[in-house]
Write a protein that binds this ligand. Sequence first.
Ligand code: PMP
Length: 421
Amino acid sequence: DKLSSQQAIELEEKHGAHNYHPLPVVLSRGEGVYVWDAEGKKYYDFLSAYSAVNQGHCHPKIVDAMTHQAKTLSLTSRAFYNDMLGKYEKFATELFGFDKLLPMNTGAEAVETALKIARKWAYEVKGIKENKAEIIVCENNFHGRTTTIISFSNDPVARKNFGPYTKGFIKIEYDNLQELQETLESSNNIAAFLVEPIQGEAGVFVPSEGYLAAAKKMCEDHNVLFIADEVQTGIARTGRLLATCGNCTCEDKNCSGTPEVKPDILILGKALSGGAYPVSAVLANNPIMNVIAPGNHGSTFGGNPIAAAVAIAALQVVADENLADNADKLGIIFREELTKFCKNNHLVESVRGKGLLNAILINDSEDSSTAWDICMKLRDNGLLAKPTHGNIIRFAPPLVMTEEQLRDCISIITKTISEFK
Ligand code: PMP
């Protein structure tokens, strides 16, 4: 039987662990840039499941690939080979320009995997003494919620009472090259620098122009691996196939980018499957990836045939529909219009972002619940968005949006905030 929104919420509240703080809306269908609630009300999705649904909800080509593969062969585990995984690995390594791919399921798992690879590389290739490897991370990072990852999180809610934590991380300020340089010089035991090309969960912080390239160069000079966590920024979200792709416009459909920064290890997740299925991946070249030997690492579901089929289809959609270019073009319009708006509105202090990963900053002097209350009003007016932290609202719609739809959304957002009391 179909549940009402109220019934669905009551069931979750009673039987589900309270690990999230959802906006009170119950979704039961999605198509493209739209989702519908249990009562049939239609909304623009301006979160895209934290940038996972870049290709739009229920993209027919992704759904076809998934259902076909589900009817053919869904899971073998990697006790055996399957006839989809190699195809996907070839496709993705050629597209992103790496020798090898290690398949995982979620973003956090892929981050964990990258950290394990970096440590093993540090001991076996770089020659750091065992158990001494250190990894540089950034303040206010978000890389997931496993015990190791929260060991270097700044978020007290994610961290508190989950210790003891994993050792071996040095935290430096994001977008601070001098501190990176000093940290690299401070120790011979540094294995890697793990960084988000744009800090998404922290509130969409875009680093200074040239930061990533300069950081990568510094790492290279110290024989330290540069690990890019593109779980949120990757797959066309920021107007490039990857946020590390610099100024490449991805007009070439099979472009692996002329990277501004070629990471030593690239982490992907979320939109790698268009949000249709949990698919994440770690990519690296042979000298790094070959430290992983049989038995070192794995997952029952990682690299399963459905995941492989879905990821190929999802990446193909990004190329066929020029989603990077579309995100780039619409992002410029979005920021232009919201910048104009915030000049005359005391509630919105600024707008920032890249491509279709953007955020507005609600005036600090407002109550800390203002951003949440604005999102509730946006919901009433048919648009779903959520604050990342306190007074920052992230706007990240599916990249299949048209200019007309975007302009309609801009008008909902500006009207809602103008009328906000
Ligand atoms: N890395 C980044 C940059 C992310 O934004 C996220 C999710 N918000 C993750 C990792 C974790 O991904 P998952 O939730 O799939 O574990």
